[in-house]
Design a protein around this ligand. Structure first.
Ligand SMILES: *Cc1c(COP(=O)(O)O)cnc(C)c1O
Length: 357
């Protein structure tokens, strides 16, 4: 069976050495030494100042909203994983969608301004499949209306844009380190916080709001990463260059073979990508379903990321209608891409796709 992705498992002996260290230290969570070590290594690898590790990418978004003290309305994208929207709702923020650009698949900066009201406090964009949002335009809008900017960077591990980390754009970028993501810690996530003054607040928030034995200055939650997760992250990080190189090869082969038949996402020329996904757009949903069932017959399971469009969620009020988000979500499919996928397997995927167009 071939799925859209396969969790990368690092060398078991290396992981066991870390487990031995954890047992020797006797401390398995609460900002342990491996969490601290992984934070340092990730800050260095990503080229960012402040990174706070957390339990998952969903809670990273929640902590981001709470760190910035957001209230009211959030202008956000209908084309993302459901957690981008649901995390807003569970934190009392009302999602107001701005439709996407049909080529970049990101929130369309030209459609943001008309959605802003005096109640808007934040723009929440997703760098979809690791493709940077129109960060400069969004920044200008945010300045004009005095709004915060949060990017859901769950797909953007290691992406660089105009010679700096994509995480340095916006007030906070969040990451997911779930097992299905490019870089993972089993379950996990992070916040990259660009204002040094907010880092301490985020650290209290992930630890019940506790500052020390005397003071609890914030309304917090429990969002801590544990040592076994950090150990996994340290092992995967050692192999990330190799993982990326293989993914790039696979992506380039897909592109070469399928470019004339399906549409690929448009990416800014000054972006260094991470090849975390291989999304392709079909002419219509019928064509997509035909290709999908053709692949399924051979035990190959691509994924419909992201379907359905988030403006169709039953719990969203007021009701909203994003025609481009709905159209794109109906005809986009992510093809299998992961370090262990062989070129032979990939060639058969390509042949099956072509045969069912
Ligand atoms: C995976 C993902 C999340 C959620 O991350 P978890 O670590 O699974 O909680 C949020 N947003 C996007 C865009 C994602 O792909």
């Amino acid at each position: 069976m071939i799925n859209v992705t396969k969790t990368y498992l690092p060398d078991k002996e290396k992981y066991k050495k870390y487990i031995d260290e954890i047992y020797a230290a006797g401390k398995i969570t609460n900002n342990g030494f491996l969490v601290q070590k992984l934070e340092k290594k990730l800050a260095e690898y990503l080229g960012v100042k402040n990174i706070v590790l957390v339990a998952n990418g969903t809670v990273a978004l929640e902590i981001a909203y709470r760190t910035l003290g957001l209230k009211g309305f959030a202008v956000t994208t209908p084309f993302s994983f459901v957690a981008t929207t649901s995390s807003l709702v569970t934190n009392g923020l009302l999602p107001i969608f701005a439709d996407i650009d049909p080529e970049t698949l990101n929130i369309d900066p030209e459609k943001i301004e008309e959605k802003i009201t005096p109640n808007t406090s934040v723009i929440v964009g997703t760098h979809v499949f690791g493709n940077p949002c129109a960060v400069e335009k969004i920044d200008a809008i945010a300045k004009k209306y005095d709004l915060k900017v949060i990017y859901d960077g769950a797909h953007s591990f290691g992406v660089r844009h105009k010679d700096k980390s994509i995480a340095e754009y916006g007030d906070i970028m969040t990451l997911s380190f779930h097992a299905t993501k490019l870089f993972h810690t089993i379950e996990g996530g992070a916040l990259v916080i660009n204002d040094d003054a907010l880092v301490e607040k985020a650290r209290y928030l992930i630890n019940f709001g506790i500052k020390n034995q005397e003071e609890i200055p914030e309304l917090g939650t429990n969002a801590k990463m544990n040592e076994f997760e950090a150990a996994m992250g340290l092992c995967v990080l050692d192999d990330i260059a190799e993982i990326n190189a293989k993914r790039k090869e696979l992506f380039d082969r897909y592109k070469q073979a399928l470019e004339s038949a399906v549409t690929f996402q448009k990416v800014h020329p000054q972006t260094i990508k991470n090849y975390s996904y291989c999304p392709v757009l079909f002419q219509n949903e019928t064509q997509l379903l035909r290709v999908q069932s053709g692949l399924n017959e051979h035990n190959i399971f691509p994924r419909r990321y992201f379907y359905p469009s988030l403006d169709t969620l039953s719990y969203i009020e007021p009701k909203q209608y994003m025609p481009i988000g709905r159209d794109i979500s109906k005809r986009i499919l992510c093809l299998p891409i992961y370090a262990e996928l062989s070129f032979e397997e990939q060639s058969s995927i390509i042949d099956i796709v072509k045969a069912h167009l």
